[in-house]
Design a protein around this ligand. Sequence first.
Ligand code: SF4
Length: 492
Amino acid sequence: MSLVATPALARLRARFPVPEPTRVLVHGGTCGDAVDVDAVMRRLRGSLGERASMAVETACDGACWAAPSATVVRPGHRHRFARLEREPLGALLECLEGTCDDAYAGSGARGLLARVGHLDGSLADALAQGAYLALAHAVTRKPEEVIEAVQRAGLSGRGGAHFVTAQKWRLAAANAGPRLLVVNAEEGEPGVFKDRHLLEGDPHRLIEGVLIAAHAAGIARAVIYINGQARNARSAVDLAVEQARDAGLLDGSALGGAGVEIEVRSGAGGYVCGEESVILNSIEGERPVPRTKPPFATDRGLFERPTVINNTETLCVATTIFDDPPPPTKLIPLSGAVPRAGLYEVPVDGVTAWSGVLAAAGANPQRVRALLLGGPSGRFVLPEEFDAPLDMRGLGAGGVVVLPLDADIPRITRALAAYNARESCGECTPCREGTPRLVALLEDAPANRERIDALIEVMTEASLCQLGGLAGKPVASALALFPQDFEREASR
Ligand code: SF4
């Protein structure tokens, strides 16, 4: 089913000017900042002279490898120019005059990423590119019908736990209001940068997802909790919330719906702050440590109110539930030994495998020792698995580091274990004492193998949250898959 604008959305769109169809989108954001995209922008605007306003700053589009980059947009055409710090701008300027073909190498399927890196930061541009279309239809349906659509779409938590989203919304909706929504935009794991791209590049998609969830679960107030170091993301979301409020999207006057107030908070920092109940404590001004469960947040969460906690990507996927069929994709932040590191939107369709993802990133699987999937809470994936279809639950939050043939697996494993020891909040004994003990035992893993296995079992079973509960996972994976590496190191 292809959605068309409702009368209310058509009226909202008519209040805004239509953006210029021909322009140069200069990809800034955190990726561009790291490689002085401002210098490229100055050079480009200088070359454009009187037409300098055609150069518009936008976010990274997921092609992090290409930064600093720019995309020339003409009606029906997109052409990306990469690594502009060392390239002359002549070809780009000629392209603007219509001399180039459509040559935009996107990062995969581009459902969620469709607008990321292609917006000028205005609500007008977001609306022109389809923002709030799903919300316009959601508010014409009963809340339970929206939850059923979410269920049919098979939406599960994209933060890694993959809890069924419809069930979470139903559990909260069954409790008396006022109900709250917390958006987990902490994303503190090393090697994961998917939510940051969504927040910087298309914040209105998140707000639309929040408003759909609010309508479905009867939410009165939402808090978007963003990693304290993600300053560009915070600015983009602050601006988008203000634009949405001014346009009447939050109070329901523009498109309908009961209305929800949205507040934006910056996180306290630290890996453990991505844990759901830590976020609740952090927002309440308490120590950032996990809460014991039950009670679950959907019964008694933020300020003792029934609370839905959803990850950024999850709520962004909620804007696609009326697509037929909904696109089963996962955002994969890919880094390490690949020519084109960046954010990939990967179909999870029973066909696509790691080999396809690696090919998209320009990697030769023959030159890859393994993938590290899920960072300090994850596992290693051997080349033997590269042709197996991807499984949504097995992807966790999706962060992947590609390891080259000469990767020092024991050193990497110790670094992961040390990271967990550093990030332990100290609240529970198995993790507080166990994570540094694991680091020490890894100094001679073959000799300590039995003690390592026993310690991992205790940490997995008895830790209060998943930081400690999963801290042994990459260690167990490395010891199982690469025993010869540890033996070789121990014999030196
Ligand atoms: S598992 Fe680690 S991070 Fe989690 S509560 Fe226990 S000490 Fe803190």
